[in-house]
Design a protein around this ligand. Structure first.
Ligand code: ZN
Length: 500
C-alpha cells in the first residue's frame, strides 16, 4: 500500500468496498453451487441489500473528497503505481456517480423483467414477446451511457464497462481485418474436418473429473487457494488471490468438460496470480474481460488443443478411457479436437467459427445503438448475416437471436471481449514462445509451470496498472494485431488438415 496519507486512506476505503463486493461474489458462487432450492428469494434480498450498501460506499461524497486529495498526491508521486491507482478509482467512481439513482433503479428493474421475459420467449421461440422489453432496456442503457460518457460515442461508454479504455473504432478495425480471413478459413477447413468424426460418447464422468483435475494441477492451479465445484453454467469467481472458485459441468457425451475446466482454470490462474497486497483495489484486480478471456483461451486453445500438450497427455488420456481411443493416434486425436464446423449456437462453436458468432453480435449491437437496425428487425438481420458469415441459417429465433442471455440484462458491449481475448491470447503466446524458446518442448514434457510463471510475471501481477492495450504492447513489444490470430489458426489447421 501507499505511504502518502491521502493515497493510503483512499486505498483502505477502496479495499473495504472491494471486500464487500468479494462477499457478494461469494454469495453469488454459493447460489450457483450449494444453495438449497428454496433459498432463492431470501438470497436475492440479501444480495440486493448488500449491493445497495456497496454502491453507497463506492459513491459517497467522502470517497470523492479522498479521491481528489489522492489525485493531488499522485500527481507529485514518482511511482507510476499511484497514477494508475487513482486513474482506475476515478473511472469507477465517475461511472457509478454519474448515473442518477432513479435511472439506475429503473435499469435494474427493467433488466430483471427483461431477463425473465427472455427466458420465456426463448423457450416458446417468441421474439415479438421479448421485443418491447428489449426496446425499453436498450433505450435506458443508451440514456445511462449518455449520463456517464457525455459526448463520447454511446457504444464506447458501454464497452468501457467491460473493456476499459478501448473504443468501438479499435474493435471495428480489428474485426474488419480478421473477418474475411476467418470466413475463408471456415470455407476451406469445414469440408476437410467434416471427414473426421467428432469426439462423441463414452466418457465416464469420474474419469473426466480425475483427468481434468490432474491437468489443472499441472497448470499450477493451487488447490490450497482455490476449489472446483459443479454448476449449470461454468464460471470462475475470485474473492481474492487466495480464494478462487471454479465451476464446471460434466457430460458423458463428450470431452468438452475437459476443455471447459482448463478454460476456467486459465481464468483461475489469473485470479491467483494477482498481487494479494492490493486485494480489493484496481491494482489487485483483473484489468479487463478481454485480458481475462485471453488467459482462459490461451490455456484452452493454444495449449490444450495443441500437439505439444497431447504428445505428453495422450497416453494418460487413453488410460483414463480404456478402449475409447484404440488405434487412434495423435494426428487424428488433434483433428477430432480441432474440427471446424459452422453451427447455429455460439457456446457450442469451435475456435474458428466462434469469432464470427461474436463479430455478428458486436456489429448488431453497434447498429442497434446507432439506430441503423431496429430491435424488431433483429431476427431477419441475424439470419441474413449468419448465412453470410457462416453459411448456415437458424430455422427458429430460439437458435438465432434469442440464444444469448447478455442483451436481456442490458450487457451491451460485452461480446467484443470474447473476440479481443482470442486476439490477445495468440499475441501473448507468441511473446511467451519468443521469451522461452524451449516452451513447446516443456509442454511436450508435461511441464506447464514455466508458462504459468511467465504469464504471472508479465500479466497477472500488474492487475489494472496498465490499460489492456498498453499491457499488450508492454508484454509483446507491439500493439494488438489481428493478423497474428489469423496466422496462428491458419498454420494450425493447415498442419492438421493439409493445405488446399
Ligand atoms: Zn471465459
Amino acid at each position: 500500500m501507499f505511504e502518502q496519507p491521502a493515497l493510503k486512506t483512499l486505498g483502505r476505503e477502496v479495499a473495504r468496498v472491494g471486500r464487500l463486493r468479494a462477499a457478494l461474489g461469494l454469495l453469488g458462487w454459493d447460489q450457483e453451487t450449494m444453495m438449497p432450492k428454496a433459498g432463492g428469494s431470501q438470497r436475492a434480498a440479501v444480495i440486493g441489500d448488500l449491493t445497495e450498501v456497496a454502491h453507497r460506499m463506492a459513491t459517497s461524497p467522502e470517497l470523492g473528497d479522498q479521491l481528489a486529495a489522492a489525485e493531488e498526491e499522485a500527481s507529485q508521486a514518482t511511482d507510476s503505481k499511484a497514477g494508475a491507482f487513482v486513474r482506475e478509482v476515478r473511472r469507477g467512481y465517475d461511472r457509478s456517480c454519474k448515473v442518477p439513482a432513479a435511472l439506475a433503479e429503473e435499469i435494474a428493474r427493467t433488466a430483471s423483467e427483461t431477463q425473465a421475459t427472455w427466458a420465456e420467449a426463448r423457450r416458446e421461440d417468441d421474439f415479438p414477446r421479448f421485443q418491447p422489453f428489449l426496446e425499453k432496456l436498450l433505450a435506458l442503457k443508451c440514456q445511462e451511457a449518455e449520463a456517464i460518457g457525455g459526448d463520447a460515442p454511446l457504444y464506447d461508454t458501454m464497452l468501457d464497462a467491460y473493456e476499459p479504455h478501448c473504443t468501438a473504432e479499435r474493435v471495428q478495425s480489428l474485426v474488419d481485418e480478421v473477418k474475411p480471413r476467418l470466413v475463408r478459413l471456415v470455407q476451406e477447413f469445414a469440408p476437410k474436418s467434416a471427414k473426421t468424426p467428432p469426439l462423441q460418447g463414452g466418457f465416464s464422468v469420474e474419469a473426466q473429473r480425475d483427468f481434468g483435475l490432474s491437468v489443472i494441477k499441472r497448470m499450477g492451479f493451487d488447490f490450497d487457494r482455490g476449489r472446483v465445484d459443479l454448476s449449470t453454467h461454468p464460471f470462475c469467481s475470485g474473492m481474492n488471490a487466495n480464494d478462487v472458485r471454479l465451476t464446471t459441468r460434466y457430460s458423458e457425451d463428450s470431452l468438452e468438460s475437459l476443455f471447459t475446466l482448463v478454460h476456467e482454470a486459465g481464468h483461475g490462474l489469473y485470479e491467483q496470480g494477482l498481487d494479494p497486497e492490493w486485494a480489493g483495489t484496481p491494482l489487485g484486480a483483473s484489468v479487463s474481460l478481454g485480458i481475462h478471456e485471453s488467459q482462459s483461451r490461451l490455456w484452452e486453445n493454444l495449449v490444450a488443443r495443441g500437439s505439444s500438450f497431447w504428445s505428453h497427455f495422450l497416453p494418460s488420456l487413453k488410460e483414463s478411457f480404456p478402449g475409447r481411443f484404440e488405434g487412434v493416434e495423435l494426428p487424428e486425436v488433434l483433428r477430432m479436437m480441432n474440427r471446424v464446423e459452422p453451427s447455429l449456437i455460439r457456446v457450442e462453436a469451435d475456435e474458428v467459427t466462434y469469432n464470427l458468432h461474436v463479430m455478428l453480435r458486436f456489429e448488431l449491437e453497434m447498429d442497434l445503438v446507432n439506430g441503423r437496425v431496429a430491435v424488431g428487425d433483429l431476427p431477419g438481420v441475424w439470419r441474413a448475416r449468419m448465412k453470410e458469415y457462416l453459411g448456415v441459417e437458424p430455422p427458429t429465433d430460439r437458435e438465432g437471436v434469442l440464444q444469448d442471455i447478455h442483451w436481456s440484462f442490458g450487457a451491451f458491449g460485452y461480446f467484443p471481449t470474447y473476440f479481443l481475448g482470442n486476439l490477445f491470447s495468440a499475441q501473448f503466446y507468441e511473446a511467451a514462445s519468443k521469451a522461452m524458446p524451449d516452451l513447446e518442448a516443456q509442454i511436450a514434457r508435461g511441464e506447464l509451470l514455466p508458462l504459468r510463471e511467465w504469464l504471472q510475471e508479465n500479466i497477472h501481477r500488474h492487475g489494472s496498472r496498465y490499460p489492456a492495450l498498453e499491457l499488450c504492447e508492454r508484454v509483446t513489444g507491439k500493439p494488438l494485431e489481428a493478423s497474428l490470430f489469423g496466422d496462428y489458426l491458419e498454420s494450425k489447421l493447415t498442419t492438421l488438415y493439409g493445405a488446399s
